[in-house]
Design a protein around this ligand. Structure first.
Ligand SMILES: Cc1cc2nc3c(=O)[nH]c(=O)nc-3n(C[C@H](O)[C@H](O)[C@H](O)COP(=O)(O)O)c2cc1C
Length: 135
């Protein structure tokens, strides 16, 4: 099974999760700004909450690479809002890409909130989530 780990991260929190997942599945995490170079059976899409939803570059990545993505599993962080899973699932299904119903979400540092999150335990949980997704 070919696997990619992609992320959008303004401040580094989401990249931390992406790197933990990438280490678990044995690939390098890459930003969504880089196009896919081939087909991936599973894409771990690490996309946190900004102004209530995923960054527009995440949705652009889906549209531009739909034909090369077999399935997506979503990981995210936020200060308090819900996961981006719902928005990403709707957008992905619009372009014919399946998204796992299971997703990973944890708090992410924002201003004075959630200092040092995601922490090591969050990263271990994210890695375990990814492993379980691959069966
Ligand atoms: C511009 C901006 C907008 C944000 N909007 C929200 C939001 O609407 N709801 C929320 O719960 N968190 C919000 N956050 C907090 C981020 O989701 C949180 O800090 C996340 O961990 C950022 O990940 P990153 O460091 O990978 O960019 C926002 C953060 C930034 C920088």
């Amino acid at each position: 099974m070919t696997v990619e780990v992609r992320y959008f991260s303004r401040g580094g929190n989401t990249k931390k999760l992406a790197d933990a997942v990438a280490a678990e599945v044995g690939v390098a995490a890459r930003p969504v700004s880089e196009p896919m170079e081939g087909r991936a059976d599973m894409v771990f899409l690490c996309a946190s909450v900004y102004a209530g939803g995923p960054d527009k570059s995440v949705l652009a990545f889906l549209r531009q690479n739909a034909r090369d993505i077999g399935r997506i599993a979503v990981l995210s962080t936020s200060a308090s809002g819900r996961s981006t899973h719902g928005r990403i699932k709707a957008a992905a299904e619009d372009v014919g890409v399946a998204v796992s119903d299971d997703f990973f979400h944890c708090p992410g540092t924002w201003t004075l909130f959630h200092k040092n999150r995601p922490n090591d335990e969050d990263c271990r949980s994210a890695a375990a989530f990814a492993r379980a997704q691959l069966g």
